[in-house]
Design a protein around this ligand. Structure first.
Ligand code: ADP
Ligand code: ZN
Length: 520
């Protein structure tokens, strides 16, 4: 259905925000919010999500409540809106009692169009009482993936949002927005917010101007310096896992004549903000940072994002690389990978609950499979976010340097047989152990050791079978269970293959561990 956009709204797009036209699906989204319906927006970073609630907020009577996970992010947006002449304020722990009272009074007087609230503040009893008195137009939930334990940035307070909104007034429309949602996370968000009837706007995650590359660690510092020297004067972000590493790499770059500055939560706020500003104002070319850096940062000409250490999830990785090339020009995303990093990351989780640990391990598994695979990077990344790219992209390391391929028909047949004989109820990893004939607690208790396929694939390694299963998923012979992470079943296409097997070539995984040399 085509809805004609109100001229007032179009006028505000230009007069308040200074934009000539809408981008992507912004117009449809905004009309949906304006009509009072629930809205779910999944768009990559930099696509322009903020406008989707900011413009309706200033067009509707009342105040829009914006829930946002980071105080810095809130402040950025509020400052920007104030500069546009919009009365936006925030309510969070940085305000004094007097300031809080002023903001509340102004809200109740109807002077404020957007009120940004931290999820922690939302749960406070007196704030709930206050919000009950306010004339709320709608609630926007930014970074909505924080709701899901399956996402990369889970915030327990986010799970309380829905019941709080209901207790305030159960007729308030909701718009939830996120830049990272695998199909599973998406479902989780919708369930938690009870937004079954919400209209979903999901735009493609493909960022065609970004080049993806993974290199094994080993002589990493040398590789890094060479990479950056070849990009002299260009703007870039280097992510490291620890504050210590951030300092070390920033120093290393400085002694190599690169204008680099560190950024992490351990720095004095003034220093940290100063370094961020220096990067934004081009006084520094490179910012070396922990993942604390970047959310809400809008620098259009970032030409490269380097992950000096292997990141802990593909979601986080994709969000961070998304900060490159916002102006549409080329951005180079280089990740250094090592199994040691994965093991290190796994150790961080030892104090977590069993489920949290299992979830974190799954995310790490996805990460190492991605890094070690020689299939088109873009194909893998998009598949992870529920999209299928028909052809190889031609613009990633794996496309540029094709690995050797092999005829996989017989292996695929065996892999699919294993799925069949276990009634499609098990994970790729377990299926691999069955094929390899590895006896363990599971295979014994499920009596999988007596299956016909048991041990039939012992001529290859567990990681080989992992790769066969993953490539079968990518070409649609298997499907993933949306509720049960990593469990696979045979698709229609897979059944057809079993009836009438065709020749299929798969590519060999990288063998990074062999290439890796000891560091320091
Ligand atoms: P996201 O929240 O999706 O990461 P933002 O809302 O921060 O993205 O927007 C990214 C950039 O795009 C910002 O610089 C914003 O000013 C710009 N932008 C958003 N909508 C438009 C538009 N319709 N026309 C031009 N620029 C836009
Ligand atoms: Zn590719």
């Amino acid at each position: 259905m085509l809805v004609e956009t109100d001229v007032e709204v179009i006028n505000k797009l230009k007069s308040v925000f200074g934009y000539d036209r809408f981008r992507g699906e912004q117009e449809e989204i905004i009309n949906n919010v304006l009509s009072g319906k629930d809205t779910f927006v999944i768009m990559p970073t930099g696509a322009g999500k903020s406008l989707c609630y900011q413009l309706p907020a200033i067009s509707l009577p009342g105040v829009a409540i914006v829930i946002s996970p980071l105080i810095a992010l809130m402040k950025n947006q509020v400052d920007q809106l104030n500069a546009f002449g919009v009365n936006a304020q925030f309510l969070n722990s940085t305000l004094t009692k007097a300031e809080i009272n002023r903001v509340k009074k102004e809200t109740l007087n109807g002077e404020i169009k957007l009120l940004y609230v931290a999820p922690e503040s939302l749960t406070k009893e007196d704030n709930i009482l206050f919000l009950k008195k306010a004339a709320i137009s709608f609630v926007a939930i930014d970074e909505a993936h924080c709701i899901s334990e399956w996402g990369h940035d889970f915030r327990p307070e986010y799970r309380k949002i829905h019941s709080i909104i209901e207790s305030i007034n159960n007729n308030i429309p909701i718009i939830a927005l996120t830049a990272t949602a695998t199909p599973k996370v998406q479902l989780d968000i919708q369930k938690n917010l009870q937004m079954d009837d919400a209209v979903l706007f999901k735009s493609s995650f493909n960022r065609e101007n970004l080049f993806y590359e993974v290199r094994p660690k080993g002589d990493t510092k040398k590789k890094l310096i060479k990479f950056i020297k070849a990009r002299k004067g260009q703007s870039g972000i280097i992510y490291c896992l620890s504050r210590k590493k951030v300092e070390e790499i920033a120093e290393l770059l400085r002694v190599n004549d690169v204008k680099a500055l560190p950024y992490h939560a351990g720095l004095e706020p003034a220093v940290r903000m100063g370094n961020q500003d220096a990067f934004l104002n081009e006084d520094a070319d490179v910012i070396v940072a922990t993942i604390a850096f970047g959310m809400g940062i809008d620098k259009p000409d970032v030409r490269f994002v380097v992950h000096y250490d292997t990141p802990k999830s593909l979601e986080g990785y994709y969000q961070e690389t998304g900060r490159a090339g916002r102006d549409g020009n080329e951005g180079h995303c280089l990740m250094f990978y090592s199994m040691n990093d994965i093991i290190k990351l796994e150790k961080f989780n030892k104090d977590k609950t069993v489920t949290e640990r299992e979830n974190a391990r799954q995310l790490l598994n996805e990460m190492s499979s991605y890094a070690e695979s020689s299939v088109c990077r873009r194909k893998q990344l998009l598949f992870y976010f529920g999209e299928n790219l028909a052809d190889d992209c031609g613009f990633c390391d794996n496309c540029k340097n094709k690995k050797e391929t092999f005829e996989a028909q017989a292996h695929i047949k065996l892999a699919l047989e294993a799925v069949k004989q276990t009634q499609a109820r098990f994970s790729i990893n377990h299926l691999g152990t069955i094929l390899c004939g590895i006896e363990n607690e599971y295979s014994l208790s499920y009596k999988h050791t007596s299956l016909p396929v048991y041990g039939k694939g012992d001529y290859e390694s567990l990681s080989f079978w992992n790769s066969i299963f993953r490539q079968s998923l990518l070409i649609g012979l298997l499907s993933k269970d949306i509720d049960n992470y990593s469990i696979v079943s045979i698709s229609e296409k897979g059944e057809a293959f079993l009836k009438n097997p065709t020749l299929i070539s798969f590519s060999k995984d990288h063998n990074f561990d062999k290439e890796e040399v000891a560091e320091e």
